[in-house]
Design a protein around this ligand. Structure first.
Ligand SMILES: [Zn+2]
Length: 202
């Protein structure tokens, strides 16, 4: 059954050539199959870094190859989280029930003054979208959240491939740096003084 699922995306030949799991290969495969219209809907925040946006999009649809999925396919013997080793590594756990990602999220919320207590990715996005902040500020929060999801997934992959997990400080430091650098690069021309000050003081 698992094989059947994989063959819906890959041909038999491609599967046999794919010795190791490769996010790059999956990325290109999926990108190739996306119609322009579908892809356009996904690109809901043009300010975010494309590779962050893509991982967020996969995470939102529970399409990342988590350890729980790899175990289901018989590729991994264990389904435990590669970061904390305390629970099954599925999407709900990684974003953000895991003690590691939860701490990263906590620091992200402190940085951006997000008051939502939610530790659920979908709920957080809804809370940001329905919040009372300006459109620009909401976009920044989503850019940051996309960066956070990307970096947590990166930590998980680092554990998988390099057997080393970046510290929470590393993740938070890069999260802030990526978000600020990206926004400076694509800063909208029409920006209220209030929004500019808010961002400048981040
Ligand atoms: Zn964990």
């Amino acid at each position: 059954m698992v094989k059947d699922q994989l063959t819906q995306i890959y041909t038999q030949n491609e599967l046999s050539c794919m010795a190791t799991y490769s996010i790059k290969a999956v990325y290109h495969k999926l990108m190739g199959e996306q119609s322009a219209v579908t892809w356009d809907k996904i690109v809901w925040n043009r300010l975010s870094i494309p590779k962050h946006r893509f991982i967020l999009w996969l995470a939102m649809q529970s399409k990342l190859q988590t350890t729980a999925k790899l175990a289901q396919y018989g590729i991994s013997q264990s389904d435990m989280c590669l970061i904390c080793a305390d629970a099954k590594e599925d999407h709900k756990h990684l974003f953000f029930a895991c003690s590691y990602s939860k701490e990263c999220l906590k620091q992200f919320k402190e940085w951006t003054s997000i008051t939502s207590a939610s530790t659920d990715l979908q709920q957080l996005i809804r809370n940001i979208q329905n919040g009372r902040r300006s459109k620009f500020q909401k976009q920044i929060l989503l850019v940051g959240l996309a960066a956070l999801v990307y970096l947590v997934w990166n930590s998980r992959n680092s554990s998988y491939w390099q057997q080393s997990i970046p510290s929470v400080n590393y993740v938070v430091k890069h999260l802030k740096a990526h978000t600020k650098a990206r926004i400076w690069a694509v800063l909208p021309k029409k920006l209220s003084t209030k929004d500019y000050q808010w961002f400048n003081e981040l």
